[in-house]
Design a binder for this molecule. Structure first.
Ligand code: HEC
Length: 180
């Protein structure tokens, strides 16, 4: 076969391969259907209202043990920070030149703390805490900020009721005021 005829034959083969469409009516044969169970592992967002918070609960007193084992190395004794973010304090600093934004001074919703800790902490092992551990350590961080008592039970009912100090410190800037 001449070189040009070989190339022509190869070209025809390549064109045939590219034109390969899945047979009509059938989905492409890759991927696997996602199961409800697999989906549930990702479907864990908790909005400010607390909708979807799981069963279980915990107190700051119980959370201290979780904190010491799983958080303290990065967030410091009583959440003072170093090497990672401070989790407590900073009250009254937001309108200064050195604002210290912590869960206590800055975050508007306690439910976000549950969501964040469950999905992201400890940063080296996310999604490893039980729901009770997340509730307990959430309670502990709220207690460090003086927001709840040491024995206040945090659960799906009580956590959304916690009013964070900076709840009203945000403005809704949409639509932008200038567009009016
Ligand atoms: C190995 C270090 C490490 C450990 C252990 C760890 N964290 Fe963190 N944490 C971080 C880092 C780093 C950040 C900042 C992440 C970012 O900004 O993306 C962070 C951020 C946070 C924040 C957000 C702070 C803010 O105001 O932005 C919270 C809340 C938090 N961690 C709670 C916890 C809790 C509770 C535990 C224990 C269950 C824990 N962390 C364990 C490293 C750690």
């Amino acid at each position: 076969m001449s070189i040009s005829r070989t190339l022509a034959a190869l070209g025809a083969l390549a064109a045939a391969a590219c034109a390969g469409q899945p047979p009509a009516g059938k989905p492409p044969a890759f991927g696997t259907p996602v199961s409800a169970e697999e989906l549930a592992r990702w479907d864990i967002s908790i909005p400010p209202s607390g909708a979807g918070l799981p069963k279980g609960g915990g107190t700051a007193r119980q959370g201290l043990a979780v904190y010491e084992q799983k958080c303290l190395a990065c967030h410091g004794v009583k959440g003072v920070g170093k090497p990672a973010d401070a989790l407590a304090g900073g009250f009254g600093t937001l309108n200064t030149k050195a604002p210290l934004r912590t869960v206590g001074s800055y975050w508007p919703y306690a439910t976000t703390l549950f969501d964040y800790v469950r999905r992201a902490m400890p940063i080296t092992n996310p999604l490893s805490l039980t729901d009770d551990e997340v509730y307990a350590v959430t309670a502990y961080v709220l207690h460090l900020n003086g927001i709840i008592g040491e024995d206040a039970q945090m659960n799906a009912q009580s956590l959304p009721q916690v009013k964070m100090p900076n709840r009203d410190g945000f403005v809704n800037d949409w639509p932008p005021r200038s567009s009016k």
